[in-house]
Design a binder for this molecule. Structure first.
Ligand code: SF4
Length: 332
């Protein structure tokens, strides 16, 4: 019997984001400092079998219909193709997606497609090698672009691209990024930078807002809002580009929050349930699982964790506090 992951505000979580590692091979300024972070020790991380067991409980007992693998950088997890393949064997078969920086995807796109990967979201913030080096502290732009092309060639379509604009760094690149994606059939979404960086350097006044992004596209493209009914619980506001069918999305996570229709729940690489990106509490499934808890007991803990979900992220409230864990450890 399926008991849904419902909260007190009438929302039901059906979209499970599983972080497979907190490590990353980039050091994007909006995420972590140049020197990296103290990574989780490997015994703390869920094993492949533990990940698949929790995915199975989510799908079979709790109504999860989509599973997205994230990180850190999930392509760094050696067992990813195997985890994806075993997830694809679950019934009812969940949709399987991946959020990645695409470094290594040139090699892995084919095996992941064969394993059952349905969709991919690639982070690409700049097309200028020098800006990439400054923003991500690594000279890997060519690897990212090759990974994108490989995903499209492997049929993991539509390839989605996520871009974060940072003031004074790449905030002039919105039209170029959109042109690049339109030319290749990728679906681009701009995302407002959120206060989830490990350095706690986010400042609202430095954030490039959804409104500014649209303003910077307006001289170059004719954008008309797509049917809002089609949005559902998806975070992006979608615009037709030059009359369509091409589209661009803008995710105003901060200035245009969409928490009222949130359907997500997160599992960290060390087995903690987070009912919101900005949750200040976590529910530990790893330790009870390792102590012998049954599937039903784990499902019960999971349901209680989601039931306590707050109505929204509260970034716009005066008392907002950034969560203790940075994005790389939560899973974006
Ligand atoms: S901030 Fe939290 S409640 Fe809002 S959409 Fe994100 S995960 Fe959902």
């Amino acid at each position: 019997m399926v008991l849904q992951l419902a909260d007190a505000y009438g929302r039901v979580a059906t979209d499970l984001r599983i972080s497979l590692t907190d490590r990353c091979n980039l050091r994007c300024a909006y995420c972590m400092p140049a020197e990296g972070l103290d990574w989780l020790p490997s015994p703390a991380r869920l094993t492949d079998d533990e990940v698949v067991r929790l995915a199975r409980i989510g799908v079979q007992q709790l109504g999860i219909t989509e599973i997205r693998f994230t990180g850190g950088e999930p392509l760094l997890r050696r067992g990813l193709p195997g985890i994806a393949a075993r997830t694809a064997e679950l019934r009812p078969r969940p949709e399987i997606s991946l959020t990645t920086n695409a470094i290594g995807l040139a090699r892995l796109a084919g095996p992941l497609r064969a394993a059952g990967l349905d969709r991919v979201n690639v982070s690409l913030d700049t097309l200028r090698p020098a800006t990439f080096g400054e923003l991500a502290k690594r000279d890997r732009l060519d690897d990212v672009l090759a990974g994108l092309a490989a995903a499209a060639a492997a049929g993991i379509t539509p390839v989605k691209v996520n871009a974060v604009l940072m003031r004074g760094m790449n905030d002039d690149e919105a039209p170029d990024l959109l042109r690049y994606c339109l030319d290749r059939g990728y679906q681009l979404r701009f995302i407002e930078q959120m206060p989830l960086d490990a350095q706690h350097g986010w400042r609202r006044e430095n954030m490039v807002s959804a409104g500014e992004i649209l303003d910077s596209l307006a001289p170059h493209f004719k954008l008309t809002p797509d049917d809002p009914a089609a949005r559902g619980s998806a975070p992006a506001e979608i615009f037709l580009v030059d009359g369509g069918p091409a589209r661009v999305g803008v995710i105003g996570s901060v200035t245009r929050p969409f928490c009222g229709s949130c359907d997500r729940v997160r599992l960290t690489a060390d087995g903690q349930i987070r009912n919101c990106l900005f949750a200040r509490d976590e529910s530990n499934l790893r330790d009870p699982m390792r102590a012998g808890a049954s599937d039903d007991e784990l499902a019960g803990l999971w349901r209680r964790a989601v039931a306590a979900k707050l109505p929204g992220h509260g970034i716009n409230d005066p008392g907002f506090l950034q969560p203790a864990r940075p994005m790389s450890a939560i899973g974006g």
